[in-house]
Design a protein around this ligand. Sequence first.
Ligand SMILES: Nc1ncnc2c1ncn2[C@@H]1O[C@H](COP(=O)(O)OP(=O)(O)OP(=O)(O)O)[C@@H](O)[C@H]1O
Ligand SMILES: [Mg+2]
Length: 242
Amino acid sequence: MIQHLLYIKRLNKHFGGNVAVADVSFSVEEKQIFGLIGPNGAGKTTLFNCITGFYPVTSGDIIFDNQRLNKRRPDEICHLGMARTWQRVKPLGSLTVLENVMIGAFSITSAVGEAEKMAIEQLNIVGLSDYATKPAGSLPIGLKKKLELARVLATHPKMLLLDEICGGLNHTETDTILDIIRSVRNKGTTIVFIEHDMKAVTSICDRIVVLNSGEKLAEGTPEEITNNPDVIAAYLGGGHHA
Ligand SMILES: Nc1ncnc2c1ncn2[C@@H]1O[C@H](COP(=O)(O)OP(=O)(O)OP(=O)(O)O)[C@@H](O)[C@H]1O
Ligand SMILES: [Mg+2]
């Protein structure tokens, strides 16, 4: 039987009368790069916020690595091996780039020297070593996104949830990030990837779920999704804005 690392089962999230996530189910296999796409307001970030414990779910189940995540705190979920990046990156601007990544490392070690060693390793992986001593707030957006990636990689996650990590980047910067994501997956990390850039999504994802108005509209391979008439009508036909 195929081992799934994450199961989302009939998940609902309501904000008052606004149904942000409506009865969504899917599961993610180990070492997959799994895409989550859909128009603005479809519920993608809300789903991440539920999975990572920032929002309580209205109903449904989230099972990660054989553990039920509902009602667990974000820090507990992080300790179980689930890390996420934020759509709007928010490094601690007055701390250095290295210190920001050490904060990630401190989730798995309390030894300062060890955290620093782990942080330096991640800065090498994302190509930010030259910026280690710079204040994080001084970085342009492209490098802030790399810093965000290094910070979560320093937690040595089993699963990484990426919320528009390529948002606001040019093609070259996007390609660099995609290469880093591929190598992270090749070392064994499972990835869920929210992104509007369809070229990036189809080039990197093994499987994709499409959300629309909180509901699951479709699920399949990149080829199945890009040829699905419902997906084309609701999302790919144009008119949406990243
Ligand atoms: N904290 C909140 N309180 C109330 N409503 C919220 C909250 N967070 C999200 N929503 C609502 O949930 C719905 C889904 O929003 P969400 O941010 O998850 O969409 P998204 O798919 O990530 O969109 P985008 O592509 O623009 O990032 C929207 O209607 C939004 O207004
Ligand atoms: Mg979002």
